[in-house]
Design a protein around this ligand. Sequence first.
Ligand SMILES: C[S@@+](CC[C@H](N)C(=O)[O-])C[C@H]1O[C@@H](n2cnc3c(N)ncnc32)[C@H](O)[C@@H]1O
Length: 410
Amino acid sequence: MAEHPAYPVGLRLTGRKVVVLGGGQVAQRRLPALIAAGGDILLVSPTATPSVEAMVEAGELTWEKRPYAEGDLADAWYALIATSDTEANTLASAEAERHRVWCVRSDDADAATAWTPATGTSEGVTIAVLTSDAKGRDPRHTAAIRDAVVEGLRDGTLVAPHHRTRTPGVALVGGGPGDPDLITVRGRRLLAEADVVITDHLGPRDLLAELPQSVEVIDAAKLPYGRFMAQEAINDALIEHARKGRSVVRLKGGDPFVYGRGMEEVQALAEAGIPCTVVPGISSSISVPGAAGIPVTHRGVAHEFTVVSGHIAPDDERSLVDWQALARLTGTLVILMGVGTIGKVAETLIAHGKSPDTPVALVQEGTTAAQRRVDATLATVAETVVAEEIKPPAVIVIGEVVTVGPNPSK
Ligand SMILES: C[S@@+](CC[C@H](N)C(=O)[O-])C[C@H]1O[C@@H](n2cnc3c(N)ncnc32)[C@H](O)[C@@H]1O
């Protein structure tokens, strides 16, 4: 029997009786997939692990607390034989054979009539990897192949275009703060499937180098915009490429909706009748402080954090920020786009009551190889920015959280 390869098949177990003998580690590992497949599961075992008991308590299977008995498999469609008693396993698999019930055996793959593949899922597809013959069974190897395929599909290094479900349109993808590993799995996959990528300067630029030659990469900052606003030129480019039936990714730094003008693009696409998917990203406002050893909240230190744009100075009439109110807050202030205005911001916060000794950290090019952290206080930050030649992009963190962790720059 073992000389022939196994025949792969997908069992549709919904509402069909599945018998599991043994409530140990093997059952614990296999039960979630059997439950997910909708099987009507009967567990026969004198004992069960706490996790298996939790599944019973959740009503996901029925448990008869006793050893295997002849007749248990008579009306099953499928059986998992995994008791610690080899004799009972042998009797049970003989019964399964008599009743023509496909059965998996945890202790003897050769004696089993079915094998469990190593499985994983990606985008609604189940990947199942099976060794062809019992003698060559190497579960670690099949698991490694499964992992390589699932991982490759998730991170986009293995590309399998969706022929039926891929819709032309635009994906607005948050690329994270800069480290190419910090884009989401979905973002990376969409990037790998794109025909056109319209990108900003911030975000994971290294990922663009991995794209195939055929992908058109457009730098949003270089789009000619003549008498229009730059943003209108970007919206037009998105619409124009999508209308040609191409898969367009609009790649942005951080999260598309955190000072990213993402919603303006969503609105323009909606008006043009173009389908748009939004993929959130890891915002620099939290991840950059974190990468520099600063938690934006910390028990007993800061119970809130506020993210503020510093691109308009506090004394500018266009400012929408209530700096006076911010000065009264006891939590953390995170300022983006604030390198040029931090002197005035610090002055305003101190004028409204914040201590000049409040710790401040400036984190430039966070999560990239060029990451740099410089510490100061509200009183000294303006001169520190000049003396240390801090340049955008930088995240500025103001508050006691700056001093709670070890400073990796020291
Ligand atoms: C236009 S905002 C975009 C923010 C982005 N959407 C996000 O969620 O991170 C640009 C500002 O984000 C901050 N920023 C983005 N990436 C950064 C990084 N890797 N290191 C430091 N600051 C960064 C800087 O304050 C920069 O001026």
